[in-house]
Design a protein around this ligand. Structure first.
Ligand code: TYD
Length: 264
């Protein structure tokens, strides 16, 4: 079976070792399209944990807290985010989130999210997992299903198809969905962005990541609904965590989940 020599990993989708050339494997699964020669149950793989939720649900705080706790246990952790996570991805992020970006069609928006993600999977996520690291990613494909699929009404199907084609259907080992009322989360995100308005990015340009926060309540209602539908569809992977508590309370719940689920 021909495997695209796309990622330098040593196991295939069924967990079978690759041949020496690393371009062939011995399993009988249909040929993957891009980098799918990869299996979540293979012990050599690190752990891929994603955080999801509405804007202002407190994801970044929880990512940092979890990373600190895991590192304190001596584990190697990579923190990353989407859109972004690579030099190219951060440029795409600026286009996607800047409030001056006007008139993007929903399909273009989805395509840009996936352009950033495909590069991120290739350049950061798979290499880190292949090294056995724990990857904590602030947003992944569930965000596209919730925001572009639900919020922009593109539906689930095109998102999952793009994920298959561009990301080899890579699945997180665990997804933490921080859930809160729409009004509460979005108001928090808007307050934060007002506070940062005028701040400068590393390149010296004004930091402006307001484009999605300008959407109305109905949009975020659809996003939340789509998230909860994903959690209902994939209960083994996606765990809904109530984000109404203090950051420490929420962290304790997440830590317990991570311990149980990933046995760390
Ligand atoms: P993020 O920086 O995580 O915002 P916040 O910290 O406010 O939660 O994400 C930026 C925005 O990008 C957020 O409004 C959600 C949106 N987004 C999508 O619409 N689709 C996607 O696939 C991703 C990754 C993000």
């Amino acid at each position: 079976m021909q495997i695209e020599p796309y990622v330098n990993i040593s196991v295939c989708r069924a967990g079978s070792p690759l041949a020496d050339t690393r371009t062939h494997c011995h399993c009988s699964l249909p040929a993957p399209r891009l980098l799918a020669c990869y299996h979540p149950s293979v012990p050599a793989r690190g752990k891929f944990i994603t955080f999801e939720g509405l804007d202002g649900s407190g994801k970044s705080t929880q990512v940092e807290k979890l990373a600190r706790s895991l590192r304190a246990h001596g584990l190697s952790v990579t923190i990353t985010r989407e859109p972004g996570g690579t030099t190219t991805g951060e440029k795409i992020r600026e286009v996607l989130l800047h409030s001056a970006t006007a008139g993007l069609s929903p399909l273009t928006e989805m395509a840009l999210m996936f352009a950033s993600r495909a590069q991120h999977v290739h350049e950061v996520i798979l290499p880190a997992l292949a090294e056995g690291r724990i990857v904590l990613c602030d947003r992944f494909t569930d965000s596209t299903e919730a925001y572009q699929g639900g919020g922009r009404k593109l539906g689930t199907k095109p998102v999952l198809q793009m994920h298959e084609i561009l990301c080899g259907n890579l699945q997180p080992d665990l997804t933490i969905l921080l859930d809160n009322e729409v009004a509460f989360s979005v108001e928090r995100a808007r307050r934060r962005n007002r506070k940062h308005k005028g701040a400068r990015s590393e390149k010296g340009s004004e930091r402006d990541e307001n484009r999605f926060e300008q959407e109305n309540r109905a949009f975020f209602g659809r996003v939340r609904h789509a998230y909860l539908a994903i959690a209902a569809r994939e209960p083994h992977r996606v765990h809904v965590v109530n984000a109404r508590g203090t950051p420490s309370e929420t962290h304790a719940v997440i830590m317990e989940l991570v311990r149980k689920k990933l046995k760390v």
